[in-house]
Design a protein around this ligand. Structure first.
Ligand SMILES: Cc1cc2nc3c(=O)[nH]c(=O)nc-3n(C[C@H](O)[C@H](O)[C@H](O)COP(=O)(O)O)c2cc1C
Ligand SMILES: O=C(O)C(=O)c1ccccc1
Length: 345
């Protein structure tokens, strides 16, 4: 496999079609799902010439966590549907690549076991705030104790998106033997709670979380400038411009199209972006428009389904290589050299 898209083709052959649809699908007519990739493709890069420089620096530091490249692993649920050891395979590959894994609250391996599998892995933990605050706090304590360095609070899911592929396929639950291990209460597998995606979650919960934990809080799922301003005022440490890979509200804009206005409103907070990143050139476009880094969701799942740990490694090394190539072709010695003049809209 030479490209991230080739991993998808192999993953599709290997996966149960119902599970493929769960991973690949979006909400509604999948307008936003398609728009994420299409809007990135429509933007043109404008390289500089005759800039000298023999080597590139791809590394970034995000909220004090170093990463060897500006590409993180977005939180995605249910990795054991893609490969038997699931998130354990993913974290080994992420540690080898020296980037950051945002562990999904809906992981099928417990955050403690993910951390133990690769002790030098850099982990952030993704949280859906649960209306039961004592239960939410218990999950935060587990993430802290496992060594997670930031809390990524997903704020684009007041309800689960309308995933019509899942409805047609009757996919509503994990198969027997697989559980959301971060929601386990006690030892009995029967005691795994469902994740609540609640419309009652508000800015007050963010204030509450800031009191509960010292971890930096990142809001994932910001699409509007005024919400970026509110976030900066609420003391959060960073933002992720995300439409959940087109899986929540269909027909919201492509993330690359709203990134500049969110960056301008964020008051200097680091802004990450995800959605449709499939090429090194996509990464450069997002960085040029103000992102501090990007995250990839489905490509990691495709690597995992195609070849397990090796597949995730392959995906991460291919995109790293493409970022390096795109930088050299743009005449840049560092990801920090990029600015809006490199993109023509
Ligand atoms: C199969 C799947 C599961 C996901 N699970 C979660 C999740 O548990 N928590 C979350 O915040 N986002 C979740 N997301 C959204 C991703 O974090 C990310 O925003 C999105 O996948 C980025 O788009 P991309 O897949 O085009 O790279 C999921 C996405 C997919 C495709
Ligand atoms: O599938 C998703 O996008 C997602 O975020 C999720 C997480 C937990 C349970 C169900 C869906």
């Amino acid at each position: 496999m030479r490209t991230l898209r080739e991993y998808e083709a192999v993953a599709r052959e290997r996966l149960d079609p119902v599970h493929y649809d769960y991973f690949a699908g979006g909400a509604g007519d999948e307008v936003t799902l398609r728009a994420n990739e299409a809007s990135l493709a429509r933007l043109a890069l404008l390289p500089r010439i005759l800039r000298g420089g023999a080597r590139r620096e791809l590394g970034v530091t995000l909220l004090g966590t170093g990463a060897s490249m500006p590409v993180l692993v977005a939180p995605t649920a249910f990795h054991r549907l893609a490969a038997p050891d699931g998130e354990r395979a993913t974290v080994r590959a992420v540690a080898a690549a020296d980037t950051i894994m945002i562990v999904s609250m809906a992981a099928t391996v417990a955050v403690e076991d993910i951390a133990a599998e690769a002790p030098d892995a850099k982990l952030w933990f993704q949280l859906y705030v649960q209306p039961d605050l004592a239960f939410t706090e218990a999950i935060v304590r587990r993430a802290e104790a496992a060594g997670c360095r930031a809390l990524v609070v997903t704020v684009d899911s007041p309800a689960l998106g309308r995933r019509e592929r899942d409805g047609r396929n009757g996919f509503h639950d994990l198969p027997d033997g697989l559980y959301c291990e971060n929601l386990r209460i006690g030892d009995s597998p029967g005691h795994v709670r469902q994740i609540a995606m609640s419309p009652e979650i508000s800015w007050e919960h963010i204030a509450w979380l800031r009191d509960v934990t010292e971890l930096p809080i990142v809001l994932k799922g910001v699409l509007r400038a005024e919400d970026a301003r509110l976030a900066a005022g609420a003391g959060v440490a960073g933002l992720i411009v995300s439409n959940h890979g087109g899986r929540q509200l269909d027909t919201v804009p492509a993330t690359i199209d709203v990134l500049p206005e969110v960056v301008d409103a964020a008051g200097g907070l680091p802004v990450l972006m995800d959605g449709g990143i499939r090429r090194g050139t996509d990464v450069l476009k997002a960085l040029a428009l103000g992102a501090s880094a990007v995250a990839i969701g489905r490509p990691v799942v495709w690597g995992l389904a195609a070849e397990g740990e090796q597949g995730v490694k392959g995906v991460l090394e291919r995109i790293r290589d493409e970022v390096d190539d795109a930088l050299v072709q743009c005449g840049c010695a560092s990801v920090r050299d990029l600015d809006r003049t490199y993109v023509r809209c």
